[in-house]
Design a protein around this ligand. Structure first.
Ligand code: MN
Length: 514
């Protein structure tokens, strides 16, 4: 009962944001029911898989992989999922009753993300016709409880989604989880290049890179800034010219940087840095990077517009050597692919503490991603008071308004912790004529005081990822798959409960089986 690759429809592939990624749908059953019931299970399971596959809410292919009826079959398909690079996760559904000790060997071996879909084929009960054949075929209400018990007994991390398979809410939640599964798949092969080390003496941007590779799969490689300046020197004049042309066409370039402007040379320097960065990252297979203003030897200016544009294309970035945020940004960029909204490196910078209207002004020295811009960015040049180099070119803009999520990662010494906060981005109505950087203004949920006191008590960093494309459920799914503590400050949070959570989370940890 296994689908061969030739049977799999490729029609929907082009429309999916992740055309190379698959989820495998398994239906659990057992041989006891006989061939007729199993044939019915199979045809209904194929219909469910096709509906998930065709849903626009589910951004990956969904493959009807197997109806499993034996411990050997379950183990085999879990091992196949582990080995299949295109398989980003398993969805399991006990259409009938599947005695769960049959699942122990397979689930012990499984190393891919797991979603337990608790659904049933029919939406309504056919009250007048219902008989024991119907009851035999449609028993996920107790079959899935048997599965859930063994998964919990094994301390398996998983997402459980309850709902009819045609319900848009069900499809949406599967879609959100599949984005997290793709993000996890990316993390396990993610390579981060660091130009220079951390900003000297800074604590929170440090962390255990070996542990990050063990836990997340993320590889972090350090390079001297000379390796980058070599790549910049090798960048072709054609590449530099092409980038300058994009600056001129895509942004409001201030007159001093425009063709014939007094500081046109600085714009060309910025484009050369961008060309060199692209060359270096492409050659090395890096999809995230860090730099630091304390190590710019041989660079004419701190990379500003180059970093902003690379982020907009999907690269991860962390300033001051912050490789954890760089990796997180790359993963979240990938998770958000195809969704409306943007995702950026961010820093809590300064506050407006007007009573009753407390707000955060988020920004960075240069590096905010234009994917969150509310308008066409302006390309400007201004002095930077740190770093001791020439003035850097940067994109200046206001961020959009609306709901967003902040996510940040810290190293507690014995484990990583993710800290999330739901925030409301506010329209920026004030003029900021003397602030030459991109910025966002938000009100944290549930309120400024609760959120900020909880964030500080959790040890939450000043660097974070801000996303208007992803929501709290998406980052919760990512944390669950990764097996990393998530401390979430939400619209429904209260401070006593948040402080309790931090205390509980510091208690003895159960050891998950994977
Ligand atoms: Mn910073």
């Amino acid at each position: 009962m296994q689908t061969s690759p030739s049977e799999v429809s490729r029609a929907a592939t082009a429309a999916k944001p992740y055309p190379g990624a698959e989820l495998w749908l398994l239906a659990g059953s057992q041989e006891m029911y006989g061939p007729q019931t199993l044939a019915n299970v199979e045809s209904q399971w194929r219909e469910v898989a096709a509906a998930l596959d065709e849903s626009e809410a589910v951004p990956v292919r969904v493959v009807a992989r197997q109806v499993v009826t034996s411990p050997e079959g379950i183990l085999r398909v879990c091992q196949e999922a582990n080995a299949a690079s295109e398989c980003v996760g398993l969805i399991v559904w006990m259409h009938t009753f599947s005695p769960a000790r049959m699942w122990i060997a397979g689930l012990s071996a499984l190393r891919k993300p797991l979603l337990h879909l608790h659904t049933q084929f029919n939406e309504q009960l056919p009250w007048a016709q219902i008989d024991m054949d119907f009851m035999n075929l449609n028993q996920s209400a107790h079959g899935d409880r048997e599965f859930a018990y063994i998964a919990t007994r094994m301390r398996l991390r998983r997402k459980t989604v309850v709902g009819h398979w045609r319900d848009p809410r069900t499809l949406q939640r599967i879609g959100t989880w599949s984005r997290a599964a793709v993000g996890w798949h990316e993390a396990t092969q993610l390579r981060v290049a660091r130009f220079g080390d951390n900003m000297r003496s800074v604590a929170v941007t440090e962390g255990d890179k070996v542990e990050a590779q063990l836990r997340l799969g993320v590889t972090v490689d350090g390079y001297g800034i000379g390796d980058l300046t070599d790549a910049i020197a090798q960048a072709s004049e054609d590449a530099v010219e092409q980038i300058v042309g994009q600056y001129d066409s895509d942004y409001e370039v201030v007159p001093e940087l425009a063709p014939g402007g007094a500081r046109r040379g600085s714009l060309i320097d910025a484009a050369r840095i961008e060309a060199g960065l692209r060359l270096f990252l492409t050659r090395g297979g890096y999809s995230a990077f860090t730099d630091t203003f304390e190590d710019l030897h041989g660079l004419p200016q701190l990379p500003g517009i180059a970093v902003q544009r690379l982020m907009a294309e999907g690269y991860g970035f962390g300033a001051e050597g912050d490789w954890k945020t760089a990796a997180l940004l790359r993963v979240m960029k990938l998770m958000a692919r195809g969704l409306p909204g943007g995702t950026s490196f961010m820093e809590d910078y300064t506050y407006d503490l007007t009573r009753g209207n407390e707000r955060v002004l988020g920004s960075h020295m240069l590096e905010v991603c234009p994917s969150i811009a509310a308008h066409r960015p302006s390309c400007e040049i201004h002095p930077l008071s740190i770093g001791g180099r020439e003035d850097p070119v940067r994109l200046v803009f206001n961020a959009v308004s609306g709901p967003a999520v902040l996510l940040s990662m810290l190293d507690l010494g014995d484990r990583f912790r993710l800290v999330a906060n739901e925030v409301e981005l506010l329209p920026i109505t004030e003029q900021l004529p003397r602030l030459p950087v991109a910025r966002a203004v938000w009100r944290p949920q549930p309120d400024f005081f609760t959120a900020t006191e909880a964030w500080l008590t959790a040890g939450g960093p000043h660097h974070s990822v801000l996303s208007t494309a992803l929501d709290l459920e998406a980052v919760t799914d990512l944390a669950q798959i990764a097996g990393i503590e998530l401390f979430a400050i939400t619209a429904g949070s209260s401070l006593p409960q948040l402080l309790n959570e931090l205390r509980w989370n510091d208690g003895p940890q159960t050891t998950p089986c994977r």
